[in-house]
Ligand binder design. Structure first.
Ligand SMILES: Cc1cc2nc3c(=O)[nH]c(=O)nc-3n(C[C@H](O)[C@H](O)[C@H](O)COP(=O)(O)OP(=O)(O)OC[C@H]3O[C@@H](n4cnc5c(N)ncnc54)[C@H](O)[C@@H]3O)c2cc1C
Length: 368
C-alpha cells in the first residue's frame, strides 16, 4: 500500500456536506475520492435556509456569490399565532455590525449541491464515483480501506482518512461501531410546496414564518418561485407507510392548506414529502482514521433550519482539521478537536435549540 500521505481522503456521500469537504480539501491540494450510492446527485427538496455564518463560510469555498445570486434574501422572520396573527417580527438587519450577510438566504439545498459538484469535478485531484455504495470502513496501520458495492460487484479503495458524509442512516457510522443516540418524534412531518401566492391573502407575511398553535402549527417559508408549508401529522394517523403515495399526501395537504387559508379551488401543490424526524447525535465523531460529518453525525428537526447549516460548519472545520493532520505528518490533535468541538456544539446548541423550537410551536400557555 502507498503511504497514507499519498492516498486520497475517501468521502462517502455526494451530498452538500461530502462535496463541501471534498472541495475544501481538493482546493488545499489534497486528493479526494467521493463515493456516492446513487447514480446521480440527489435532487430532493430538503433544507432551504442558509444562515449568516454559513453564507460567510460558503464564500470561503467560492460558492457564496453564486448561491446568493440564485437565492432570496429573507431579512425578517416572524412568529405568528394561528388564531391572532403576528406576534413578533425579527429584523436581522440588527446583525449588520456582526456579519456581511444579515439575513437568511432562502434557496433549495440541491442548488448548493450542484454548485459544489460542478466546481469539484474541475479539479484534477478530485474524483466522484456514482453507483458506489459504501459498505464498510476497515482501518489499517497507516490508512483506511473502504469497501463499496458497484454495478460490477464489490470493490475497495485505499485512503489516508475516510469521512462518513453519507446521511442519517450512515453506513460508515455503523461500520465504525458508533451509536446514534437520541429520540424520534411521534409525528411525521409533511412538507409541501405550492405556487399559490400567500402574500395576496396575507400581505404582512415575511419570507420565513413560524405559526404556532396548540393543535396544528405550521411553518410557511418562501423559496424561489414557491411557498413551502410544513405541517406535523397526527401521531395516530396511520395512513403513512414507509413509502406514502402521492394521492394520500395530496389529500392530507389539501385539508391542511384549507385550514391555513380557505379557497374555493384546491391548492396547486407541486411537490410533497413526508418524513420521520429524529433528534440524534453520534456518540463519537472520530474512530481512528474514520470521521463523521453532517447528518451522519447529527440529525434534528428542521425548525430553525439548522441541520444542513451545522453540516456545512462541520465540513469547513473538518477540512481544516484534516489539512493540519496531513501537514503535521499524522498529528491527530486537530481531528480530536474537530470531533469534540463539533459534537459539543451539536448537543449544546443545535439539539437544544431545535427541541425548544419544536416545543414553542405547540405551546399551550399564552404567557410562554
Ligand atoms: C425529507 C427531508 C427534509 C428535510 N428538510 C430540512 C429542512 O427543511 N431544513 C433543514 O435544515 N434540514 C432539513 N433536512 C435535513 C437536511 O436535508 C440535512 O441536514 C442535509 O441533507 C445533510 O446533508 P448531508 O450531506 O450530511 O446528508 P445528505 O444530504 O443526506 O447526503 C448524503 C449523501 O450520501 C449518499 N449515501 C447514503 N448512503 C450512502 C452509502 N452507503 N454510500 C455512499 N453514498 C451514500 C446519499 O445518496 C446522499 O447523496 C431534511 C432532510 C430530509 C431527509
Amino acid at each position: 500500500m502507498a503511504s497514507s500521505r499519498t492516498n486520497p481522503v475517501l468521502i462517502a456521500g455526494a451530498g452538500a456536506v461530502g462535496l463541501a469537504v471534498a472541495l475544501g480539501l481538493a482546493r488545499r491540494g489534497i486528493a479526494v475520492v467521493v463515493l456516492e450510492a446513487e447514480s446521480r446527485l440527489v435532487e430532493e427538496y430538503r433544507a432551504s435556509t442558509f444562515h449568516p455564518p454559513t453564507i460567510e463560510m460558503l464564500d470561503g469555498l467560492g460558492e457564496g456569490a453564486p448561491l446568493r445570486a440564485k437565492g432570496l434574501v429573507a431579512d425578517k422572520f416572524q412568529f405568528r399565532d394561528r388564531q391572532t396573527g403576528l406576534i413578533s417580527e425579527f429584523d436581522m438587519e440588527v446583525l449588520a455590525d456582526d456579519t456581511r450577510y444579515p439575513y437568511r438566504l432562502q434557496i433549495e439545498q440541491f442548488a448548493l449541491v450542484q454548485l459544489l459538484y460542478d466546481d469539484l469535478v474541475k479539479l484534477p485531484n478530485a474524483q466522484v464515483h456514482f453507483r458506489n455504495r459504501v459498505t464498510g470502513v476497515n482501518q489499517t496501520a497507516d490508512g483506511v480501506v473502504v469497501t463499496v458495492e458497484t454495478p460490477d460487484g464489490p470493490a475497495e479503495f485505499e485512503g489516508c482518512y475516510s469521512i462518513g458524509a453519507d446521511g442519517g442512516r450512515s453506513e460508515v457510522r455503523h461500520s465504525l461501531g458508533i451509536e446514534f443516540e437520541g429520540m424520534i418524534y411521534p409525528e411525521r412531518y409533511l412538507v409541501t410546496f405550492t405556487t399559490f401566492d400567500f402574500w395576496k391573502v396575507m400581505p404582512d407575511l415575511a419570507h420565513v414564518n413560524y405559526v404556532s398553535d396548540p393543535e396544528e402549527w405550521f411553518v410557511l417559508l418562501r423559496s424561489p418561485g414557491l411557498w413551502r408549508v410544513l405541517f406535523p401529522t397526527n401521531p395516530d394517523e396511520t395512513v403513512f407507510d414507509e413509502d406514502p403515495d402521492t394521492a394520500t399526501m395530496d389529500g392530507l395537504a389539501q385539508e391542511r392548506y384549507q385550514r391555513v387559508w380557505a379557497t374555493a379551488e384546491p391548492y396547486p401543490i407541486t411537490h410533497r414529502n413526508v418524513y420521520r424526524v429524529h433528534q440524534r447525535v453520534a456518540t463519537r465523531y472520530r474512530v481512528g482514521r474514520g470521521l463523521l460529518a453532517g447528518d451522519a453525525a447529527h440529525v434534528n428537526n428542521p425548525l430553525g433550519g439548522m441541520g444542513l447549516n451545522g453540516g456545512i460548519h462541520d465540513a469547513v472545520m473538518l477540512t481544516d482539521a484534516i489539512g493540519r493532520a496531513l501537514e503535521s505528518g499524522g498529528d491527530n490533535a486537530s481531528l480530536d478537536h474537530y470531533a469534540n468541538e463539533r459534537r459539543r456544539i451539536a448537543v449544546q446548541y443545535i439539539q437544544a435549540q431545535t427541541a425548544q423550537n419544536e416545543q414553542n410551536m405547540h405551546q399551550r400557555d399564552p404567557e410562554v
